[in-house]
Design a protein around this ligand. Structure first.
Ligand code: MN
Length: 506
């Protein structure tokens, strides 16, 4: 669990019916829905608590429930299920006003048919097979974004798909009203880190605002010497700190300055209620070095970050950290840095100048100070480590002018094939799926950035769910990706998104 915790979220379980079958049938519908909620909550298979809501049978009840959900701070989303038939014109008013994400769970209470006992009472009570089709029609007719999950509610695969959506709904909730701060502006002349912050706030719910780096300098200077001493000692206790940086070493002052930066940054973020931030090496007036260790430690505590003013990636990294709050593996800001193009296997070396999150480290990170090579400042202190092996994803959020696009590539992180004794930054080495040449060409055709959110816990399903909730484009580069088909998808999407621009709709 991160220190910067996501909101306390719950999901409302909504069951639709009607008054055609009599009160006894409705009581049974309610009991069955309550039983599903109770069993799913007890199973620990879902990350968020389900809240049972009374059966909905009239348009006024449906509208009222949807408006209540909109105003309920803890409600991250709704699961809808039609136990019986629920004529869906009753749902038009409510669903048209619903501003929370919803998942349509196409299930039924009983798993097996009671072949020898089934009668018309049973048939009338268990009609999701056609009741959910009536519901699906109105969702499609209204062009509503949603996730459809089909199968018995006790099926582990069904539960896993619902769980994935819940994590994204929780992350989406955390974006609503979230604040991100940029220290300085964009790296000069860089295009992909730019974008429309007004469109982003309208679409995603988070705001991005700028502070002069001087405001941060004040916070860094305000850190007390006693707090700096205590934090530097904490570094020495927790990490493999280089001897020269340790207390009594001839560069200990650099470690103390890193601690001072962390205290200043943390207090600035806490006081402003910010969930993440950007900085830029081109605007460090009054700071002795680009924050390295401080940024890495804050990312490990759940803050979003990206370099060079890249606010979209900072917000994305924060969102990915909330998605994976209860999952192992780690999530970081990342950059495709350089390649190994040997015929027997192409590899990507991902890193940044400094700012890779230690949540992805294979072992206890080293703390070292080295020249940055650009910026002309003192040598920044940073964590140095290898990322651990495992399946992971890189995700990019780009602004195409008329819309946002999410791009994902599945990768397999490996241990570096050889030691990297002279590389003084944290790094990850990975193979791309389906292969390097297809993945990189597809990424470049899609306009994916060099900056990404990188995570072992986030999956393609999560990012697809996110795109559906946000009503934006998603393209995935995965095991089965074919470059020719992928290019067709990009071309077709260009037309689709040109014709559909209503917020929250297709
Ligand atoms: Mn960068």
């Amino acid at each position: 669990m991160h220190k910067l915790q996501p909101p306390t979220s719950e999901i409302w379980f909504i069951t639709g019916s009607q008054h055609l079958y009599g009160e006894a049938a409705l009581r049974q519908v309610a009991a069955n829905a309550q039983s599903i909620v109770d069993q799913l909550n007890a199973s620990a298979s879902l990350p968020l608590r389900l809240v049972f809501k009374p059966i909905l049978t009239r348009p006024e009840e449906i509208t009222s429930l949807c408006l209540e959900a909109n105003g309920a701070a803890a409600c991250a989303g709704l699961i809808l299920w039609m136990h019986t038939f629920s004529p869906s014109k009753m749902w038009i008013s409510g669903l048209s006003r619903l501003s929370k994400p919803f998942l349509h769970l196409h299930t039924q209470f009983n798993r097996d048919l009671p072949w020898s006992e089934i009668d018309m009472d049973f048939m009338n009570l268990n009609q999701a097979a056609h009741g959910d089709r009536e519901a699906g029609f109105i969702h499609t007719r209204l062009r509503l974004n949603r996730k459809v999950v089909a199968g018995h509610w006790s099926d582990p695969e069904v539960q896993a798909r619902v769980a994935a959506w819940m994590r994204v709904a929780r992350a989406w909730q955390s974006w609503q009203g979230a604040r991100f701060v940029r220290f300085g502006d964009n790296m000069r002349q860089v295009a992909v880190t730019e974008g429309d912050k007004v469109a982003a706030e309208a679409r995603f719910g988070f705001s991005v605002n700028y502070h002069g780096v001087g405001d941060l300098v004040d916070a860094v200077q305000d850190a007390s010497d006693a707090d700096v001493t205590a934090l530097a000692a904490e570094y020495e206790a927790l990490y493999a700190v280089a001897p020269a940086l340790r207390r009594g070493g001839d560069r200990h002052d650099a470690l103390r300055y890193a601690a001072r930066q962390e205290i200043g940054l943390r207090s600035f973020l806490q006081q402003g209620g910010f969930q993440g931030f950007t900085d830029t090496f081109e605007d460090l007036h009054g700071l002795r070095q680009l924050p390295g260790l401080a940024v890495q430690r804050l990312m490990a505590d759940g803050y979003g970050f990206a370099g060079e003013g890249d606010w979209k990636t900072a917000a994305l990294v924060r969102l990915m950290k909330v998605i994976t709050d209860d999952l192992p593996g780690g999530t970081s800001f990342m950059e495709d840095y350089t390649y190994h193009l040997a015929p027997e296997g192409h590899l990507v070396l991902g890193a940044h100048m400094l700012e890779i999150c230690p949540s992805i480290a294979a072992a206890t990170p080293a703390v070292e100070a080295h020249p940055l090579g650009i910026g002309g400042k003192e040598d920044p202190v940073r964590f140095v480590f290898d990322a651990h092996p495992g399946a992971a994803v890189n995700v990019s959020l780009v602004d195409l002018g008329n819309r946002f696009r999410l791009i994902l590539n599945e990768v397999d992180v490996i241990a570096p094939p050889e030691p990297l004794p002279r590389l003084p930054v944290a790094r990850a080495v990975w193979k791309c799926r389906p292969d390097f040449k297809t993945a990189c060409a597809a990424w470049i055709y899609a306009g994916g950035a060099h900056h990404t959110g990188f995570s072992y816990g986030v999956t393609a399903e999560h990012v697809e769910d996110l795109a559906a909730i946000a009503g934006i484009e998603y393209v995935g580069i995965e095991s089965g990706t074919d470059l020719r088909e992928f290019r067709k998808e990009l071309r077709n999407n260009e037309i689709h998104y040109h014709m559909t621009s209503m917020p929250g709709r297709w």
